[in-house]
Design a protein around this ligand. Structure first.
Ligand code: AR6
Length: 189
C-alpha cells in the first residue's frame, strides 16, 4: 500500500549525483567498497582519497546491504554505499536484492538521522539490470518505505540521461495512477 504523501516526497533529477547537497547520496558500489567505474568512480574522485581510506575500514559489503561513510569533499553530509545485484537473467534473486538495496539504504539513512537521500539507478550500468525493471523496483520500494516511515523528507532519483528520465517519469506516473485507483476503490467500498 502506497500513500500520496509518500509519492509527493519523490523527486526526479537529471544530472551528476556528486553535486547534490543532500543529507546522503547513495553509491552503487561493489562488494569490495574500494571504488570502481561509473557512479562509484565519480563519487570517489569527487570525495577525495580520505573516502577510500575509510572504505578500507569497512571490510566490504554484501549484495543487497548498505554501509555508511562520511562524504569528505562532497556537498552531501554522508555517503551510503550499497551493492546492487549483477543481472543474470532474472532468476538469481536480482529483484529481491535490488529491493533490499533501496530499503536498507533508506533504513540506514533514518538510523543516522538523515532526511534527504539521493539514489542513482543502482545496477543499471555495469551490472546490466534492465532499466525499466530496475526503475519499477526502485520507485515501488522507495514509495513503500516512505509510506511506512515518514521520517525521510525527500528522495531524489538521479538520472544521467533523458532516456532514463523518461523511464522514471513513466514508472512514477504508473504508481500515481495505481494509488488513485486504490483510493477510488476505498471510497466506493
Ligand atoms: N551521477 C548519477 N548517475 C550516474 C553517474 C553520476 N555521476 N555516473 C553514472 N551514473 P554504474 P552499477 C548512472 O555502472 O550498474 C562500478 O564499477 C549510470 O548511467 O555506476 O550498479 C562499481 O564499482 C547508470 O544508470 O553502477 C561496481 O563494480 C547508474 O548510474 C559496478 O560499477 C548505475 O551505473 C556497479 O554497477
Amino acid at each position: 500500500m502506497i500513500e500520496q504523501s509518500a509519492l509527493k516526497k519523490i523527486v526526479l533529477y537529471r544530472g551528476d549525483i556528486v553535486k547534490l547537497g543532500v543529507d546522503a547520496i547513495v553509491n552503487a558500489a561493489n562488494t569490495s567498497l574500494l571504488g570502481g567505474g561509473g557512479v562509484d568512480g565519480a563519487i570517489h574522485r569527487a570525495a577525495g582519497k580520505e573516502l577510500l581510506a575509510e572504505c578500507y575500514t569497512l571490510h566490504g559489503c554484501a549484495v543487497g546491504q548498505a554501509k555508511i561513510t562520511d562524504a569528505y569533499a562532497l556537498p552531501a553530509l554522508k555517503i551510503i554505499h550499497t551493492v546492487g545485484p549483477i543481472w543474470q537473467g532474472g532468476h538469481a534473486q536480482e529483484a529481491d536484492l535490488l529491493r533490499s538495496c533501496y530499503w536498507q539504504s533508506l533504513s540506514l539513512a533514518e538510523q543516522h538521522g538523515l532526511r534527504t537521500v539521493a539514489f542513482p539507478a543502482i545496477s543499471t550500468g555495469a551490472y546490466g539490470y534492465p532499466l525499466k525493471q530496475a526503475t519499477a523496483i526502485a520507485c515501488q520500494t522507495v514509495a513503500e518505505y516512505l509510506t511506512r516511515h515518514p521520517f525521510i523528507n525527500k528522495v531524489y532519483f538521479v538520472v544521467f540521461n533523458i532516456n532514463a528520465e523518461k523511464v522514471y517519469q513513466e514508472a512514477l506516473a504508473r504508481l500515481i495512477e495505481s494509488e488513485q485507483i486504490q483510493e477510488e476503490e476505498t471510497e466506493q467500498a
